[in-house]
Design a protein around this ligand. Structure first.
Ligand SMILES: CC(C)(COP(=O)(O)OP(=O)(O)OC[C@H]1O[C@@H](n2cnc3c(N)ncnc32)[C@H](O)[C@@H]1O)[C@@H](O)C(=O)NCCC(=O)NCCS
Ligand SMILES: Nc1ncnc2c1ncn2[C@@H]1O[C@H](COP(=O)(O)OP(=O)(O)OP(=O)(O)O)[C@@H](O)[C@H]1O
Length: 195
C-alpha cells in the first residue's frame, strides 16, 4: 500500500520548493494548485459555472483564465471566494484522489495550498505543514511574483493561520531560512519509508 501524504503551508511558505526536493529523491508528487489551473481551463462544466458566477471576463479571448480579474474579485470578498472554491475544489479533490490511488511507491505527496481549509486532508494518511514567519513569506512572494504587499496580505487573510494549522498537522517543516531544511526533509523521508 502506498501512503498518502499531504503537504501544505501558507502562501510563500516554500511548499513547492520542498516538494521539488522530495521529487528529486524519487517521491511521486501531485500539485493540486496546478491541477486547479488545468481544470479551470479544460473542464467545460467548470468553465460554464465560473462564467455564470463571475461573468464573461473570467476568461481571456485565448481561453486562459483571467487571473488578475478573478483575484481582484475573490480576495476582497469572502463570499465570492467561497463560490469559486465550491466550483473548483471538488473537481481537484477527486482528481488528486484518483492519482494517489494509482501510485505504487512506498508513499506519495499531494501538495495543496488549502489542504486544511478545503477538508481534503481527511482523505490522507498524514499531513506535513511548512511554516515560515509571515513577514518572510510576504517578502518571498513579493519578490517571486512582483506582487504588492497588500495583494499577498489579502490572500493570507483568506487562509488559516499557522497556529490553527499546526493543531491539524502530523508533521511540521520549519522553512524560515534559519533552521536547516534538508535534514528535516531527509528525516521525514526515512520515517515515511519505514511506516
Ligand atoms: C484566484 C486565482 C485565479 C489567482 O491566480 P494566481 O495565478 O494569481 O495565483 P495561484 O493560483 O498561482 O495561487 C497562488 C497562491 O495564492 C493562494 N490562493 C490561491 N487560491 C486561493 C484560495 N482559493 N484561497 C486562499 N488562498 C488562495 C495560495 O497560497 C496559492 O498557492 C487562482 O488562485 C484560483 O483560481 N484559485 C482558486 C482555485 C484554488 O483554490 N487554488 C488553490 C488551491 S487548489
Ligand atoms: N528556505 C528558503 N530560502 C530561500 N528562498 C526560499 C526558501 N524557501 C522558499 N524560497 C523561495 O520563496 C518563494 C516561495 O516559495 P514557494 O514557491 O516554494 O512557496 P509556496 O508555499 O509553494 O507558495 P504558494 O502558496 O504561493 O504556491 C520561491 O521563490 C522560493 O524559491
Amino acid at each position: 500500500m502506498s501512503l498518502k501524504i499531504g503537504i501544505t503551508g501558507g502562501i510563500g511558505s516554500g511548499k513547492s520548493l520542498i516538494c521539488q526536493i522530495f521529487a528529486v529523491m524519487g517521491v511521486p508528487t501531485y500539485n493540486a494548485d496546478l491541477e486547479a489551473k488545468l481544470i479551470m481551463t479544460q473542464s467545460a462544466a467548470v468553465r460554464r459555472q465560473l462564467i455564470e458566477a463571475f461573468g464573461a471576463n473570467t476568461y481571456l479571448p485565448n481561453g486562459e483564465v483571467n487571473r488578475p480579474f478573478l483575484s481582484q474579485q475573490v480576495f476582497q470578498d469572502a463570499q465570492k471566494l467561497s463560490i469559486l472554491n465550491g466550483i473548483v475544489h471538488p473537481a481537484v479533490i477527486q482528481a488528486a484522489a484518483d492519482w494517489a490511488a494509482a501510485q505504487k511507491s512506498p508513499y506519495s505527496l499531494k501538495e495543496a495550498a488549502l489542504l486544511f481549509e478545503s477538508g481534503s486532508y481527511k482523505k490522507l494518511d498524514y499531513t506535513i505543514l511548512v511554516t515560515a514567519p509571515v513577514e518572510t513569506r510576504i517578502a518571498r512572494v513579493m519578490q517571486r511574483d512582483h506582487a504588492a504587499r497588500e495583494q499577498v496580505e489579502a490572500r493570507i487573510a483568506q487562509q488559516l493561520s499557522d497556529d490553527e494549522k499546526i493543531k491539524l498537522a502530523d508533521f511540521v517543516i520549519i522553512n524560515d531560512g534559519k533552521v536547516a531544511l534538508i535534514p528535516q526533509i531527509l528525516n521525514l523521508h526515512q520515517q515515511f519509508l519505514n511506516k
